[in-house]
Design a protein around this ligand. Structure first.
Ligand code: FPP
Length: 241
């Protein structure tokens, strides 16, 4: 007799690589920043959909450590969009009980933006609904390197025994230390790459690569992906019994 298939239910933590803003704008003969602004509006829709889909953690890739290589106009436009977005959405997040966090290397971001990030985190610290994590100047390898530096400092100071460095202790140094690992990683725009996003954390995640450009991504498409995930079996390397 075969053992009953184990259904895991929906994903508790979804991570999204929001790709395709530039192409979406180019298709409309508009500047790339027009696409980023349209993309920001989709973030709102997706955050709002989380409670009804049973998604407790949502992590979105807003700006990577590699994105500095874009033109100065695009980088400045994105930074200004992030500042305005945080200012505009902060009160709405509190009202909707959304707890906001940021991951990534902050010192390279401008002081005004960093101040707003701190403010948003403090203002929503008591919120118990959706946990929204925004990756800003984030790179998975950079995160592991920064974590290793802090870990090495603890070893050098005698606070950590090298024999205790393992799969349990190392993630405590990652930016994501308070978050569970993502269950489902979604990338839009038809590219099948993970582009340095949550490298350590996604070791056992399911992946979905969809053709939709991010500004066209909808609540309905998210629902479909959540339902598809609910029908899968996750074994974490084990053999089903
Ligand atoms: C990738 O599209 C998208 C980005 C580098 C920026 C993501 C930012 C947003 C969705 C804006 C809003 C976010 C927040 C949190 C306010 P791309 O420019 O690489 O598109 P392309 O591959 O078509 O050129």
């Amino acid at each position: 007799m075969t053992a009953p298939r184990e259904f895991t239910g929906g994903p508790r933590h979804i991570a999204i690589i929001m790709d395709g803003n530039g192409r979406w704008a180019t298709q409309r003969r508009r500047p790339r920043l027009f696409g980023h602004h349209a993309g920001a509006r989709r973030v709102r829709e997706v955050v709002e959909a989380c409670p009804e889909l049973g998604v407790k953690y949502l992590t979105i890739f807003a700006f990577s450590t590699e994105n500095w290589k874009r033109t100065q106009v695009e980088v400045a436009g994105l930074m200004s969009l992030f500042r305005r977005y945080i200012m505009k959405e902060m009160q709405a997040f509190v009202k909707e009980n959304v707890r906001v966090r940021f991951i990534g290397d902050r010192p390279r971001l401008d002081a005004k933006l960093r101040g707003l990030m701190d403010e948003a985190e403090a203002l929503t610290a008591h919120c118990t609904g959706t946990n929204l994590t925004i990756a800003l100047n984030y790179g998975g390898r950079d995160e592991v390197a920064r974590a290793t530096q802090r870990l090495a400092q603890d070893v050098a100071a005698g606070r950590l025994d090298p024999a205790d460095v393992n799969e349990e202790t190392l993630p405590r140094y990652l930016d994501t230390h308070v978050l569970p690992d993502p269950d489902l990683v979604i990338r839009t725009s038809g590219e099948a790459r993970i582009s340095n996003f949550l490298l350590w954390q996604s070791a056992y995640a399911e992946y979905e690569f969809v053709d939709t450009l991010w500004p066209d991504f909808s609540k309905d498409e998210l629902r479909r992906l959540v339902e598809a995930y609910g029908g899968r079996e996750r074994r974490f390397g084990a053999v089903p019994v």
